[in-house]
Write a protein that binds this ligand. Structure first.
Ligand code: GAL
Length: 671
């Protein structure tokens, strides 16, 4: 979806203010216009107001809200209300409530805790979604669907058990195949029917929770079951409003759902971004982290422009210590999203409620509607900045490097009985590689093991422990055709089902290295290796391996495996595969990856970036090249531009050395 304009909006809950609508709603519209808000997300938790009793619907207030938005020149991202249920629904249809791992049923309350296998829940959601879609199909304010809110799992009720068993039957066909795929002869656990299989439990004495294969299957099922529910929610929307794109707001690396799988069945990726800015030098790491998450969320949407659906224009209230972000943070945070390919800056929420657990959460307006606040002024400032960056709206990224983050692989690592059991740090490791690449000046696309590799020059795949079917072959072909592949320790240990290999591990030919053993370090262990005459520390994990054709570039300096390979290079067709056998810090990754990529002709967006500076690029349909430079330091820095640019907005020329002001996002277009 190529927006014509950047969305600047917020979650808006006018139903909370229905008793004050003559004053508050009117004031909301005035304030929204004053702040340059052009879109509001409505209806997210409004089920009680849309259907106050079973089968009794009242859309009159939403009609008014939609009309009001349109009359005030604003768009609506309209939600389906399944994110929270009204009490009558739980009372009348108790199956809509979840059951936890210990098989205890939940009582009504909270949100995001429905059972998606409940036929009553499914039917009621379908009914209300159908009515919403029919009613607003041709409403001029309707811009996009916001399906539910931050979907999450799991439920262990009898219906979910049944659904799990059906899912297993579809995946494995026969119970024997399931037993073999899970290695169930171990501990005499061979099932004789699918009906015997239950979801994993906690604590362990209650039932099964130790089998990595069983656990992995459960995670896959929960993810698929939620995505199936999401697709069910979309059916009436697609039927009655085929012209309206669909999104659901995601939660970055949330472990419960394979977001790449979900991204493949929605039109636009969107996510909720809540960095905990500190107002000091820690913001550099926070900025790198947000950059990683933006790239990941763009990736799950197939690298198209995405939306930052929520962010806080002040301090959140759910942290232990809710520090105020200093002035300028709202602008930085908003434009950081744009720099990474977002076509929106949106907030939670427009007007804070008077009560409820979010009464003190940062918002564009306080409950009294005052515009004389720092948040309001900063949001207004974002509007002017977005206007200046407008030419970049709808433009796309085009990066040479793909960094792999894969949910099934993450799950398999979470359940792997080895090395740092329960704490393998997959996410941290991928993030460290992302930070290293970005620090070396590269733009990064995040992909999973199913994505197309051909648009890239380099594929960086840390800790690909679980190989999904066909990935090893596709990586090998990518290298043979001239690509650079980079792998690390803990790669290729298990197959799609998390079973170890019965023949030569599939990555051995690609890496040119046989993996022998993995050493997990506690505090007392350390190691190091030399790279470009510098000794780099090794932490936490060291893999022992034997070259099988690869050239050894660096070796361990300590431990009984001193002299064995740390970094290897294997020529594969016209490409190359590097393998790093040990965990190192981000600075080391920046140095090593920077060298390897440069040697292979992979060009950074910018050379010699100062610490804390991030470069990103977006490309327009008419061949425009937009460059964004983010300085997350709390002081000005100087960078050297390679080529002639114009500052977006002021139109001033930018060439050679330029100053990036402290904590700013700077946009340029290439001349
Ligand atoms: C999000 C959620 C919003 C709101 C916000 C508060 O995760 O989608 O509804 O609760 O957090 O930070």
């Amino acid at each position: 979806m190529a927006n014509k304009f950047f969305l600047h909006g917020a979650d808006y809950n006018p139903e909370q203010w229905i008793k004050y609508k003559d004053t508050v709603w009117k004031e909301d519209m005035l304030r929204a216009k004053e702040a340059g808000i052009n879109e509001l997300n409505v209806g997210i938790f409004a089920w009680s107001f849309l259907e106050p009793e079973d089968g009794v619907y009242d859309f009159s207030w939403l009609d008014e809200v939609m009309d009001m938005l349109h009359e005030n020149g604003m768009k609506a991202i309209l939600a389906t209300p399944s994110g929270a249920r009204p009490p009558w629904l739980a009372e009348k249809y108790p199956s809509v409530l979840r059951m936890d791992k210990e098989r205890k049923p939940h009582v009504f309350g909270g949100r995001h805790n429905g059972c998606v296998s409940s036929p009553d829940f499914q039917r009621k959601v379908l009914e209300i979604n159908t009515r919403l879609a029919q009613r607003y199909a041709n409403h001029p304010a309707l811009y996009m669907w916001h399906v539910s809110n931050e979907y999450n799992n799991d439920c262990h009720c009898p219906r979910c058990q049944k659904a799990f068993q059906e899912w297993l039957r579809a995946r494995y066909g026969t119970i024997d195949n399931l037993n073999d795929s899970w290695w169930n002869t171990f501990w005499s656990h061979r099932f004789t029917s699918f009906e015997q299989v239950e979801s994993p439990t906690t604590p362990s004495w209650l039932g099964e929770c130790e089998s990595p294969n069983h656990n992995l299957a459960w995670r896959r099922f929960c993810s698929d079951n939620l995505i199936k529910f999401f697709q069910m929610e979309c059916e009436p929307l697609r039927k009655y409003t085929p012209h309206i794109p669909i999104t659901t707001n995601l939660m970055q690396t949330f472990p419960g759902i394979d977001y790449f799988a979900q991204g493949r069945v929605m039109d636009v990726s969107s996510w909720d971004n809540y960095p905990q800015w500190r107002g000091d030098e820690r913001d550099v790491d926070i900025s790198y982290d947000a950059s990683f998450k933006h790239d990941l969320m763009r990736g799950v949407g197939g690298q198209k422009p995405f939306l930052m659906m929520e962010s806080c224009p002040g301090a959140v209230n759910w942290g232990g210590v809710n520090t105020l972000p200093p002035p300028g943070t709202v602008l930085y945070q908003g434009l950081q999203a744009i720099a990474h390919g977002s076509d929106s800056v949106q907030y939670f929420q427009f007007r804070a409620g008077r009560g409820g657990s979010e009464q003190f959460h940062g918002s564009v307006l306080p409950p009294d509607g005052s515009a004389d606040t720092r948040a309001f002024r900063e949001v207004t400032e974002v509007s002017s900045a977005l206007e200046k960056l407008q030419p970049a709206c709808g433009s796309v990224t085009r990066n040479q490097i793909a960094l792999v983050y894969d949910w099934p692989n993450r799950w398999a690592l979470d359940y792997a009985w080895m090395a740092h059991r329960g704490n393998q740090k997959y996410e941290d490791t991928v993030r460290a590689h992302h930070t290293a690449l970005v620090s070396a000046g590269y733009g990064v696309d995040m992909i999973d093991q199913l994505c197309d590799l051909t648009p890239y020059k380099a594929v960086i795949a840390p800790m690909v422990y679980l190989l999904r079917d066909g990935f090893a072959e596709r990586l090998t072909r990518f290298a043979e055709n001239g690509g650079l592949v980079y792998l690390t320790y803990l790669s290729g240990y298990v197959n799609e089902e998390s079973l170890r290999h019965v023949t030569t591990p599939p990555l051995e030919a690609l890496t040119g290295v046989r993996t022998d053993e993995i050493d997990a370090y506690d505090q007392g262990h350390e190691n190091s290796f030399l790279w470009q005459s510098k000794a780099w520390p090794i932490k936490e994990m060291a893999q022992l391996s034997t070259p099988r054709g690869a050239q050894v570039l660096a070796t361990y300096q300590q431990q009984f495996y001193q002299g064995q390979p740390v970094l290897t290079r294997n020529t594969v067709g016209s490409g190359v595969c590097y393998t790093l056998q040990a965990r190192v810090d981000t600075d080391c990754l920046t140095a090593v990856l920077g060298d390897l990529l440069r040697q292979h002709g992979v060009t950074p967006l910018m050379e010699n970036l100062p610490h804390g500076v991030i470069a990103t690029a977006r490309y327009g349909e008419e061949g425009e090249e937009f460059l964004f430079l983010l300085n997350s330091n709390r002081e000005d820095v100087t960078v050297a531009l390679n080529g002639a640019y114009t500052w977006l907005g002021s139109g001033e020329e930018a060439q050679g050395e330029i100053i990036l002001k402290a904590f700013t996002v700077n946009g340029f277009v290439k001349k």
